[in-house]
Design a protein. Structure first.
Length: 531
């Protein structure tokens, strides 16, 4: 009591202030989420996890500061040893072929996969971060609903813009077919053009279309009509099922919000490179950029690793009252936002369609100057605009929406979808491992001797089989050879999609049955998983 005056003086002093960088604020929110989750689990409490945004804090003018945590060489060296060193996690549990498992791959839980020793265990902190991502999106306007409903919105688009279930199922399969290595707006656009071409050819010239399919690479080794797509890797088949049948793993009651799960299909979520970035951030930090690209490719194509990550998504989704693909979509959007640092750059359906609309407006503006406007875009959806332009003026006119318009000197005067999607922030906000200069192997430069050019006319390259002019009257031939950016590697999935569609009885259910039939649910080896 004698010191009460000093305590009073202490209380009168200004409150101590703290400054948080963006990364430190994220770390703080993770800690709050972890503590709250544990308290809820132990105490049985309910309620939202508290989440602080920059708006909750008083803004301060800060000098740029170097990120100490990112540059902690000792920490990165330890991570390097943990994953890449002799006997490290990549050597012990990295993606590889497996056989003679005790139970079928399709029946293994996340814990089963971890106990098998064939997967690199995902740290609990990563799963906690998934929960944080969900809370983050809830504080960004309507981003949570947009991300959660990503697949449901696409299926709604398919139904709205096509005239039958048969057509909507084909468009969904084509979106999945053209998804690898394509920004989503371009993916949607290319799939839409191919859909329109196939739809027209199937009606006007189905026999020639069937013959054209047999010119696709690899057809010479197979029987005509034999299934060959949606196999060998899980990403595209799973993505297709998410697009055409987003309620395969369960549904949400529209009035009560109550979830009904179908445990048989809880593995069905799309694990792509963004998701692998989210699952293994420490492995990424300990790898060089080149190493990480190779590791991601192996993780995504490996049956065991893929199913393990999909089961983790399903496990977390149930705890968050979400379907597996809904949580996956939220993580997918959140990872893009974290990379760019801009919440407006999360690739929701609205973001992608706005890019397509921008391209249409660009072309409309040029056409308006040339007096070539056919109706107003505002009265139509972007897909209706594509299809109406094709119906009215043909694919050669409509392709400008994708490819843009150039002047006589080759300068772009109106950007199409392809150039719009290629703009924006490049690279990664996350650092990769940079080996010390002493460890970098410098290979001597060896000049290759140029082969002498034989006299005479140059030997022309053999034409690509799918470019055979014999089929040039097909719309599918035109789209394949003039509009699709990277057709190579997608022929098998396209072959199956068109072959299935040529059956007048084709439907969403038949698409689902076809894809589910591409793997063996009783397989106990990676080799026997895909049929």
């Amino acid at each position: 009591m004698e010191n009460w005056r000093s305590h009073l003086k202490e209380a009168e002093r200004p409150t101590k202030s703290f400054m948080f960088s963006e990364d430190e604020l994220k770390a703080l929110n993770k800690s709050v989420a972890r503590i709250t989750s544990m308290a809820k689990k132990i105490l049985g409490a309910e309620g939202a996890i508290p989440y602080l945004t920059p708006r909750d804090l008083e803004a301060a003018e800060l000098e740029p500061q170097r990120m100490v945590a990112e540059d902690n060489d000792a920490e990165v060296t330890d991570l390097r040893q943990r994953y890449h060193g002799p006997g490290g996690e990549l050597e012990k549990s990295g993606p590889r072929a497996v056989k003679d498992l005790e139970k079928p791959i399709s029946r293994m839980s996340a814990r089963d996969f971890e106990a098998s020793g064939y997967v690199m265990k995902v740290p609990e902190e990563v799963l906690e971060d998934f929960r944080t991502m969900v809370e983050e999106t809830k504080h960004m306007g309507d981003l949570y609903e947009q991300a959660r409903d990503w697949y449901h919105d696409i299926r709604g688009l398919l139904d709205q813009e096509t005239k039958s279930d048969r057509d909507s199922a084909l468009l969904g399969m084509l979106i999945a077919t053209y998804s690898p290595r394509a920004k989503f707006a371009l993916n949607l656009s290319e799939a839409s053009f191919m859909f329109k071409a196939v739809q027209m050819d199937a009606k006007e010239n189905p026999n020639l279309l069937k013959k054209y399919l047999e010119t696709f690479p690899g057809s010479e080794k197979r029987t005509p009509g034999e299934s060959r797509g949606f196999t060998n890797a899980s990403k595209v088949p799973n993505f297709t099922l998410n697009l055409v049948a987003p309620e395969l793993s369960g549904s949400r009651d529209k009035e009560t919000g109550e979830m009904k799960y179908d445990d048989m299909f809880m593995w069905n979520s799309t694990i792509d490179t963004w998701m692998i970035d989210a699952f293994y951030p420490l492995l990424k930090r300990s790898s060089t950029s080149k190493e990480w690209e190779g590791i991601k490719g192996k993780l995504m194509s490996n049956v065991i690793s893929y199913r393990y990550m999909a089961q983790l998504v399903a496990q977390e989704a149930k705890g968050l009252n979400l379907l597996p693909h809904e949580l996956q979509a939220i993580v997918w959007v959140s990872m893009q936002i974290r990379q760019t640092g801009d919440s407006s750059l999360g690739v929701t359906t609205e973001f992608a369609t706005n890019q397509i609309k921008e391209a249409i407006e660009n072309i409309k503006l040029i056409n308006r100057r040339l007096g070539q406007v056919h109706g107003e875009f505002e009265d139509k959806t972007w897909l209706q605009e594509f299809f109406d332009e094709i119906d009215t003026n043909g694919f050669e006119s409509a392709e400008k929406y994708l490819l843009g318009i150039k002047d006589e000197k080759g300068k772009v005067t109106a950007s199409g979808v392809r150039s719009i999607t290629s703009k924006g922030k490049k690279g990664s906000a996350f650092k990769y491992y940079e080996p010390p200069e002493d460890d970098i192997e410098i290979k001597p430069t060896v000049k290759k001797k140029k082969k002498p050019i034989a006299p005479g006319a140059p030997v022309p390259k053999a034409p690509k089989s799918y470019a055979n002019p014999e089929y040039s009257e097909l719309n599918t031939h035109y789209v394949m050879n003039n509009i699709i950016q990277m057709p190579t590697g997608k022929f098998n999935n396209l072959y199956d999609s068109i072959t299935l569609y040529l059956d007048p009885e084709f439907s969403t259910q038949k698409a689902v049955d076809h894809i589910l039939g591409r793997f063996d649910p009783e397989a106990t080896s990676t080799k026997g998983y895909f049929r």
